[in-house]
Design a binder for this molecule. Structure first.
Ligand code: MF3
Ligand code: CO
Ligand code: CO
Length: 265
């Protein structure tokens, strides 16, 4: 069998380490959840993330990662991903993605949610709903031995039907002992990804970014990180860390307090 790249297959005794890291990361999401309200600054949310992680003896993976300056990414409205926490206050009507990654005893867990801040427009709510559903459509599609391209196909077809753009520049990734490993998990069908198979023991993220308008994005040249939609329209994202087991995908980053599969926003 030919696998492109160099995906890691974790041994079953390592699966519990993966589960522990992601479970901690999910508990962090539940911890920050009540803070996501109008009036809080993204820096204050970052501080909540940092303190909870460090006080539990763990490490925020983004802090210092390729020079990223904060302990999480917070991306508001037209910001697609990699928003840097600062003194911006959340306001009623915003949609805001909080993307958190923890290192627990050398193992990584990675997830994000888009939150509705107070009452949001119907268009914003629909975009968030579709993005959430696209993630679960993909999860429910894959089985041991599935090809990575099935993820891109199901997300792309669903989003395109609804008139949304699917971001191409950024993708899901293998995760575990490192933050970003093979295989890359594109959220649209990329020729070549049919050769990447999802085998038991592989751990990876699915993290679709759907845009209200064009799929095209632009990187902020002044800070080198912030990614925005090219047309300034809204973008939403959800992310889970997933372990392929012998019986199917196991979502490692499910929260206790957050939206559960089937949730309606
Ligand atoms: N958490 C992001 C992901 O899902 C990566 C953030 S890297 C950073 O892969 F440097 F921007 F923080
Ligand atoms: Co992430
Ligand atoms: Co990720």
């Amino acid at each position: 069998m030919i696998l492109s790249g160099n995906p890691i297959i974790y041994k079953s005794y390592e699966w519990e380490r993966l589960r522990i890291a992601s479970r901690f990361n999910a508990s962090l999401m539940d911890h920050l959840r009540p803070y996501v309200k109008p009036g809080i600054t993204t820096d204050e949310i970052n501080q909540v993330v940092h303190e909870y992680t460090v006080s539990n003896g763990h490490t925020p993976a983004t802090l210092g990662y390729h020079g990223f300056p904060k302990s999480c990414c917070i991306s508001i409205n037209e910001v697609v991903c990699h928003g840097i926490p600062d003194d911006t206050e959340l306001k009623e009507g915003d949609i805001v993605n909080v993307d958190i990654t923890s290192i627990v005893d050398g193992w990584y867990g990675d997830q994000s949610e888009t939150f509705l801040v107070g009452e949001v427009s119907e268009d914003a709510r629909k975009l968030v709903q579709a993005t959430y559903e696209s993630l679960f459509l993909a999860i429910n599609t894959i089985k041991p031995g599935s090809s990575v391209i099935e993820i891109g196909e199901v997300i792309f077809d669903f989003a395109t039907e609804l008139g949304y753009g699917v971001v191409r520049q950024y993708q899901g990734h293998g995760i575990g002992r490192d933050f970003h490993t093979d295989p890359g998990i594109p959220h649209y069908p990329v020729s070549g990804s049919e050769r990447d198979l999802l085998l038991p023991g592989m751990c990876f993220t699915i993290e679709p970014m759907l845009n209200a308008g064009t799929w095209k994005t632009v990187e902020d040249r002044s800070d080198g990180w912030t990614v925005r939609t090219k047309d300034g329209k809204l973008s939403a994202q959800f992310e889970h860390t997933i372990l392929m087991t012998d019986t199917g995908p196991e979502i490692l980053t499910l929260t206790k307090e957050g939206p559960q599969p089937g949730h309606r926003f």
